[in-house]
Design a protein around this ligand. Structure first.
Ligand code: C2E
Ligand code: CA
Ligand code: CA
Ligand code: CA
Length: 278
């Protein structure tokens, strides 16, 4: 984009330089952020339909940059993947989420499960399963309480990522396929991977109340999930109408602003619906 800038016109090459510079700056800032504790996790409820009782939570990372303010995970997670910091950051995320779950557990307010997002690069790390097992042992969280959320793209290539998924599943950890339906081979993966949960992408949920393609896909996906004995979670549910329609189609789990926004851990403590007897 040619734009006047101090009497000089910006060229495409300038923009490329800027993009590379921005990537390098953000990458360096991520390192500092990890060292200085600028990250925190928020937790979003995953509820049962139709009553809205909290069944699980998903942890989501937040970054408060000293100058830029809040930076969205979609803007910095890909940078951390490319510069490799995601491995260390991901370990911090897993440990923080498990420590939080242990706290809830001891306070008697833990939901049934906690979901943690894991990126492709983390999953492909040879030591990944060992790291997860060590964090569970260290925090005292039982493997069956943990859900690892992976995207289809992360496991599409096969190899190390698929091996990791099998190992995690063998430990008793649940695997959720995230953004289900948006990847290359959604259905094919279900034949070979030990997946327990399908997180149906919000693009299919958005228009579920209107007759059309998305509603047809949302209907087919719940049938696939039920037929294979998997749990389907509808993502991005924003209205009561969507929740009611999803329930009518057979969905029994949902997540979205209608039920609760991602919030700091303290918000869970007073959540009586998350209290369960053990
Ligand atoms: P995701 O795993 O698909 O997470 C769901 C995203 O949808 C979250 O955005 C959440 O805040 C948002 N969301 C939840 N309910 C609604 C709704 O009703 N409507 C709409 N429009 N959005 C809703 P967020 O927190 O910005 O995260 C974006 C993505 O960044 C995540 O997508 C995930 O891919 C990645 N991410 C977030 N936290 C982590 C993390 O700890 N580790 C890794 N590896 N990736 C993460
Ligand atoms: Ca997720
Ligand atoms: Ca998702
Ligand atoms: Ca997503």
């Amino acid at each position: 984009a040619a734009k006047a800038d101090g009497g000089r016109y910006r060229t495409y090459a300038d923009d490329l330089d800027d993009a590379a510079g921005e990537e390098a700056r953000l990458g360096a800032d991520l390192r500092t952020a990890l060292d200085r504790g600028q990250f925190h996790l928020v937790y979003q409820p995953i509820v049962e339909l139709p009553d809205g009782r909290v069944n699980a939570v998903e942890s989501l990372i937040r970054w408060t940059h000293p100058e830029r303010g809040n930076v969205a995970p979609n803007d910095f997670i890909p940078v951390a993947e490319r510069n490799g910091l995601i491995v260390e950051l991901g370990e911090w995320i897993l440990r923080t989420a498990c420590l939080q779950y242990a706290d809830w557990w001891h306070a008697g307010v833990a939901p049934e499960r906690i979901g943690v997002n894991v990126s492709a690069r983390q999953l492909a790390e040879p030591a990944f399963t060992d790291i997860v097992a060590a964090i569970l042992a260290e925090t005292g969280v039982h493997p069956t309480r943990l859900v690892i959320e992976v995207t289809e793209t992360a496991v599409f290539g096969g190899g190390a990522a698929v091996r990791a998924v099998r190992e995690l599943s063998d430990l008793g950890i649940s695997i959720a396929l995230d953004d289900f339906g948006t990847g290359h081979s959604s259905l094919g993966l279900l034949q070979t991977l030990p997946v327990r949960i399908l997180k149906v992408d919000k693009s299919f949920v958005e228009n579920v109340t209107m007759a059309g393609r998305h509603a047809v896909i949302a209907t087919s996906l719940i049938q696939v999930a039920n037929g294979l004995g998997l749990v389907a979670v509808a993502e991005g549910v924003e209205t009561a109408e969507q929740a009611a329609e999803l329930y009518r189609l057979g969905y029994r789990r949902a997540q979205g602003y209608h039920f609760g926004r991602p919030a700091p851990a303290a918000a869970m403590d007073g959540n009586a619906s998350a209290r369960r007897s053990r």
